[in-house]
Design a binder for this molecule. Structure first.
Ligand SMILES: [Zn+2]
Length: 378
């Protein structure tokens, strides 16, 4: 028995979790009829299960009862109608700021591009450590917060880009159409939206961040490209041929190349192909997960950053062949205008929903009534 433990610890490169090991021993699991390789895999599986159990009991206590599929819930766990969720390993800093970097160099081939006074969204240390860190070969990556992102995140990010006019194309001006205070707010909610440890923000300035409007991987272009793809998707769904022709460069190219005009039907088809080919999506792995709160199976995939996660959600909307897109609504609150998915007669996004507004107002009333006492207790 101890020999098996020794062999497993050797392969793991660390001691086993004694509590997990103790349970496995009770079951006469290790009576010698399995090879060390199989036992190692089994051990890893149960260790994961144990971790999930401790994580859920420390975070929100045991799950008491569960909400059945189809019932309305207010929780933030995956909704059955979203089909899939995207896991993202996010880094949270104590706060975020916009910093102007005096100089940024970028080498493309032989040529070195130098940009002066470039704005970047930068995380202010210290990094907030995750209570339930992801582990790689047993080493906790405690700066990574595993976060489950849903379609709502796509709409939140698109909202940042609401003033970008994709028809005008991308320029330095584009970034002025993005509210930096909203970018910072979204960072505070989700962590740094995107960062690149091989880019100049880190390599030259030793800061964690993303360039706002210039250089590779800059945030403004990321938002522009996401909105572009989303607008084409919407135009395809509603068969707005004129918009399709304006937004999809492949239509223009083919017309020049073939020296003839494309019919509306052809243009639509070209746009559908562009929606897939124009994607920057990296290869992804997808696996099923079981969500015990909604009692549903959901496909889970992963993405390296939030913008990429948004592209995954958009791809999932495409694959749904419009099922999700047809429930796509625009919030009627003139101060909001956010996209959301809902049923035909819903007018307001979850953010502006009457119930949310009501509870927010009530909370404020309670706060002022209790002279702020209430607020402190929360
Ligand atoms: Zn709204």
């Amino acid at each position: 028995m101890d020999k098996i433990k020794e062999a497993i610890e050797k392969s793991l490169g660390r001691p086993v979790d004694e509590k997990v090991w103790g349970v496995l021993q009770e079951e006469e699991y290790l009576d010698g009829s399995y090879s060390v390789g199989i036992l190692l895999e089994e051990y890893k599986h149960y260790e994961k299960v144990a971790k999930r159990l401790t994580a859920s009991s420390s975070a929100e206590g045991p799950v008491v009862g569960r909400v059945r599929r189809g019932k309305k819930r207010s929780g933030k766990s995956p909704r059955p109608d979203s089909l899939a969720t995207v896991m993202c390993g996010l880094v949270h800093f104590s706060d975020y700021t916009i910093e102007t970097l005096p100089e940024v160099k970028w080498q493309i081939g032989e040529k070195v591009h130098v940009y002066k006074d470039v704005d970047a969204v930068v995380g202010i240390p210290p990094v907030i450590v995750s209570a339930n860190p992801k582990t790689v070969s047993g080493m906790p990556l405690d700066s990574i917060h595993e976060t489950c992102l849903e379609t709502d995140t796509l709409f939140e990010v698109l909202h940042l880009a609401r003033n970008i006019d994709v028809l005008r194309g991308f320029s330095l001006e584009t970034s002025k159409e993005i509210s930096t205070s909203e970018v910072l707010d979204l960072c505070r909610k989700y962590g740094l939206l995107r960062f690149d440890v091989s880019g100049p923000v880190w390599m030259q300035h030793r800061k964690h961040g993303v360039l706002l409007n210039r250089g590779q991987g800059n945030l403004a272009y990321g938002l522009f490209a996401l909105k572009w793809r989303f607008e084409v998707f919407r135009a395809v769904l509603s068969e707005q041929h004129d918009v399709v022709r304006d937004l999809v460069p492949d239509v223009w190219f083919r017309e020049r190349f073939l020296k003839r005009g494309l019919s509306d039907e052809e243009a639509l088809q070209v746009a559908k192909e562009w929606l897939c080919e124009g994607s920057t999506l990296r290869p992804i792995t997808i696996f099923p997960t079981y969500d015990n709160q909604s009692d549903a199976f959901i496909l889970t995939t992963s993405a390296p950053d939030i913008l990429e996660a948004c592209h995954v959600h958009l791809s999932l909307m495409l694959v749904g062949n419009g099922d999700l897109g047809r429930n796509l609504l625009v919030c009627q609150n003139p101060h909001c205008g956010r996209y959301f998915t809902g049923h035909g007669n819903a007018k307001y996004c979850p953010n502006c929903d009457r119930r949310t507004l009501w509870s927010r107002r009530k909370r404020n009333e309670e706060r002022s009534a209790g002279n702020g006492k209430e607020a402190r207790e929360r």
